[in-house]
Write a protein that binds this ligand. Structure first.
Ligand SMILES: [Zn+2]
Length: 121
């Protein structure tokens, strides 16, 4: 049976509003895309699509878990997470949920299960 294997690639870099407005990374991203496309081609992958979104770190309460360093949304500060844009649906396993426990920002996997945002709560 013939099948098609579709892979998703997620990556990120940290930047600032002034760098975004000044297009500081345009050339770097363009060069990265060219090299990435060539790498995919080398292994017979066909590049279908890619998309970049900028997420304001403070506004969306993004941070790193203080225990395991995973990227997370502090749901105690931002209970609604991201908007309903489908782009963000795929990020559930990339950007974990999390909250505050004993003064520390912890991801869903490091929070105790009794915490509202703990993994199995
Ligand atoms: Zn964690």
């Amino acid at each position: 049976m013939k099948q098609i294997a579709i892979r998703k690639h997620f990556s990120y870099f940290t930047t600032t509003s002034s760098e975004i407005n000044g297009c500081v990374f345009d050339e770097k991203i363009e060069k990265f895309d060219e090299e990435f496309h060539e790498l995919l081609k080398k292994y017979d992958f066909i590049s279908l699509a890619h998309e970049t979104r900028f997420i304001p770190i403070e506004k969306m309460s993004l941070c790193y878990c203080e225990k395991c360093n995973e990227l997370m949304v502090n749901r105690d500060k931002n209970p609604t997470r991201f908007d309903r844009d489908e782009f963000y649906n795929d990020l559930a396993y990339i950007i974990l949920d999390g909250g505050i426990h004993e003064g520390k920002e912890l991801c869903q996997e490091c929070l105790p299960v009794t915490h509202r945002w703990g993994l199995f709560s």
